[in-house]
Ligand binder design. Structure first.
Ligand code: SDX
Length: 446
């Protein structure tokens, strides 16, 4: 079958698009025209919604490398140019000039808040940070050494058992309150997961602190003495939240959208997103980067690990490198590297051995023909773990922080999908390569 772009109005589509492709089935000689749709930025798309109905063929795209699953107005990524923007604002500008609440409002509502809008939004988020006291009991069912991501999957999903007044996804007011509850309670639950793992008492949120300050307070303070949040750490935490807030149709966001397409409640959908993010190929990479750096141990061992990363027979990959979309520097990694130096210098650990090892690994990898040819650059996860470790977080909490920040992106994308009038259940097809029809074999003849 051949695809030929044509310039006149297609015969078999209900569109006035002048730009479309014609598929020619060389076996039957049949021709099929499919419109090409343009977005604001980025590649045009071939609208194949009628492909199966008109041709009897499916498309085949395991991993969805060439598939646009939806229309979206929230985030744009140009992988070749290393561009990331939210509602048209460059990530570099948002990281430099905004705070996470600004960006959360932007992702949810389409533009940066004015002072009155920001005040109302902050009031709503601040006054939903506590969780129902019964939720404390859920933690007691876990072993103390449970991975915090396992705990988060459980307790976030459990929220749907507590907030019956925000489960009707067709009620706009309930969608808003569910969104605010999730954004507000994720830091509280994440801090509780950490406290539970170290046997310390849970710390309640405080309404006089900013979002990032409150999270650090709930995580690192203890009832026995006053705790002052380090402003450098708070600013870095807020910026790390911004850099992880949303990222187009990545695996966990697609999981949330697919779960949401069935009408599942938002708390259950976010729990599904947390489960998907956990994988080391996705959000679990920041934890995997630190484990890899520990495993490499010293600069002299780097060549051996670079060799292993290139060996097809060796499952080892350079964690924190490569990306399905970015074939250039991940713009978040650039901001993260700058923040890493700022935080470690401010905390007086600028000569951090792991940072030096990471920088040498990055330098060597970026000069290696394999990484150059395959366009493997450091991604958002490469430096984030070094900062988080310097801030006092255990490695097992890194992906929890990613989930905390990405919740606003997940819920923003969920809301966009639910509010799309064309929304329907997502149900991909397959290419069946199993057994052909065969006669049943009774037990005595098997
Ligand atoms: C995140 O989608 C998102 O937007 C995700 C994310 C977000 O914000 O939501 O950006 C967050 O998940 C960042 C990525 C974190 N993951 C890692 O750092 C894990 C290490 N990276 C790889 O596992 C890999 O690069 C992926 C999973 C990120 C991308 O995988 P792809 O797109 O399926 O690419 P691929 O596996 O087909 O790799 C292409 C080639 C392969 O070689 P060939 O088969 O062509 O010979 O590059 C090689 C791979 O073997 N390769 C690597 C490599 N990553 C890819 N070789 C060594 N080390 C690596 N890290």
């Amino acid at each position: 079958m051949t695809a030929i772009p044509k310039k006149n109005t297609p015969a078999n589509t209900n569109t006035t698009d002048k730009h479309y492709v014609t598929l020619i089935d060389h076996q039957t000689g049949r021709q099929f025209d499919f419109p090409i749709l343009s977005g604001t930025q980025g590649p045009d798309v071939i609208d194949v919604r009628r492909l199966y109905a008109d041709t009897g063929y499916f498309t085949f795209d395991p991993g969805f490398t060439s598939t646009a699953s939806c229309d979206s107005t929230i985030t744009f990524i140009d992988g070749d140019e290393g561009i990331l923007s939210h509602r048209g604002y460059a990530i570099e500008d948002l990281a430099e000039h905004s705070d996470f609440m600004d960006v959360s409002y932007l992702l949810l509502n389409g533009d940066l808040p004015n002072p009155a809008q920001k005040k109302d939004f902050l009031h709503s988020i601040t006054h939903h940070t506590m969780v129902h006291e019964q939720i404390h009991n859920f933690f007691k069912g876990f072993r103390r050494d449970a991975h915090p991501m396992a705990v988060m999957c459980g307790v976030v999903g459990a929220l749907s058992a507590f907030y019956h007044d925000s489960l009707d996804i067709h009620d706009p007011k309930q969608r808003v309150i569910a969104s605010h509850r999730l954004i507000a309670k994720m830091p509280t639950l994440a801090a509780m997961a950490y406290k539970y793992s170290i046997g310390q008492p849970f710390v309640y949120p405080r309404n006089d602190l900013s979002y990032a300050e409150n999270f650090l307070h709930m995580t690192f303070s203890v009832p026995c003495e006053p705790y002052t949040v380090n402003p450098v750490t708070a600013r870095a935490m807020d910026r790390i939240f911004i850099l992880h807030a949303d990222h187009e149709q990545n695996a966990s966001t697609s999981t949330v959208r697919l779960a949401g397409s069935t009408g599942a409640n938002p708390f259950a959908c976010i729990a599904a997103g947390i489960a998907s993010l956990w994988g080391p190929a996705h959000g679990g990479a920041n934890e995997a980067v630190l484990k890899m750096l520990d495993h490499i141990g010293s600069v002299k061992n780097i060549p051996e690990f670079i060799k292993r990363a290139k060996d097809k027979d060796d499952p080892f990959r350079l964690m924190g490198f490569g990306h399905r979309v970015y074939k250039n520097f991940d713009p978040r990694a650039t901001v993260m590297r700058k923040t890493c130096h700022e935080v470690l210098d401010a905390l007086g650990v600028g000569n951090n051995e792991q940072l030096k090892l990471a920088m040498e690994l990055e330098r060597i990898a970026l000069e290696d023909p394999y990484f150059i040819e395959k366009k493997l650059y450091p991604n958002v996860d490469f430096y984030s773990g070094i900062i988080l470790k310097a801030m006092g977080f255990p490695v097992t909490m890194f992906t929890v922080l990613f989930a905390l920040a990405r919740t606003v992106g997940w819920i923003g994308q969920w809301k966009e999908m639910i509010e799309d009038p064309a929304q329907r259940i997502s149900r991909p097809r397959q290419r069946y390569i199993g057994e052909p029809p065969r006669a049943y074999k009774p037990l005595h003849r098997r």
